[in-house]
Design a protein around this ligand. Structure first.
Ligand code: IPD
Length: 277
């Protein structure tokens, strides 16, 4: 396996994400068409989700045919990778917002080398805002290095979160909110996990957590948040994953983590799970 240059992977991720975002916007302008559903009746998928993913995968594999891919719509490539590189793609994160025309939907492309995310880009397709990171190289937006929020206590935290698509998950998550809301400044639910993580990286919210995320929801945004100096973790020593993703500045991560553990926020039912084909 030859040396892989994370900066080169980021450049390719950016090119592919920009093409994907342009296609998403064009397809929306032409009309959304039929909205099908996936895990539940409230989990939408449009023809644009599939077309954008196909375009991104094509652009990447044309340049790096021996890499592997994990995409939200097409699942995982089979077989071991010859290069050690796997691309993790969410063609339209925030599909509900996309369907409604709310300007919070994003293309998320991350590159993993030997199982570790080393480069990632999240592009808000509606606004053109773009966040990038290479492991060890900081998090960036429009030439500005990001450092997250300087908040020092949990009760001053504006916390973004999200909810699953299954009714049982939502009932459980509503219970977690009951315990959390009196302890923080307020909560926000924007509807695209990748953007939530980038917003936390930029300090537009102080922290973010969510249960039930798949790798394509948090791979790129998680790297952006970590490179902005946030602590990005699961609960109880676990890495960020399906059970929980928490991203918070170091000063408040311990308290937010402790509260989420107290609330058992990672212990609910889970209807959502990684789809790999
Ligand atoms: C969803 C969004 C949402 C989050 C859900 C995700 P999708 O992704 O990121 O904010 O709360 O958990 O599934 O379905 O729009 O790609």
């Amino acid at each position: 396996m030859g040396e892989v240059d994370p900066d080169a992977l980021l450049r390719l991720a950016i090119t592919a994400a920009r093409s994907g975002a342009e296609l998403a916007v064009r397809r929306r302008a032409e009309g959304i068409g039929e909205v099908a559903t996936k895990s539940t009746d409230t989990d939408p998928v449009t023809a644009a989700d599939r077309a954008v993913e196909a375009l991104i995968v094509r652009e990447i594999l044309d340049r790096r045919p021996d890499d592997r891919v994990l995409g939200e719509e097409s699942g995982a490539s089979r077989g071991p990778t010859a290069t050690g590189v796997r691309w993790i793609i969410d063609p339209i994160d925030g599909t509900v917002n996309y369907v409604y025309g709310l300007p919070f939907y994003a293309v998320s492309v991350a590159a993993e080398v030997d199982g570790r995310v080393v480069a990632g880009v999240v592009r808000n397709a509606a606004t053109g805002d773009e966040w990038t990171a290479v492991r060890g190289g900081g998090a960036w937006r429009s030439g500005r290095r990001l450092a997250g929020s300087a908040v020092a206590s949990l009760d001053r935290c504006l916390v973004a979160t999200g909810f699953g698509y299954a009714a049982a998950d939502r009932a459980f998550q509503a219970g977690v909110m009951t315990g959390l809301l009196p302890r923080v400044r307020d909560i926000r639910r924007f509807g695209a996990a990748s953007l939530d993580l980038c917003h936390a990286a930029e300090g537009l919210v102080d922290a973010y957590f969510e249960r039930g995320l798949n790798p394509w929801d948090h791979a790129a945004g998680g790297l952006v948040a970590a490179e902005a100096g946030l602590v990005v973790s699961g609960l109880r020593g676990e890495p960020p994953g399906l059970a929980m993703v928490v991203a918070a500045p170091p000063a408040v991560h311990p308290d937010l983590h402790a509260l989420l553990v107290d609330l058992g926020a990672d212990r609910g039912p889970s209807g959502d799970s990684e789809r790999a084909s």
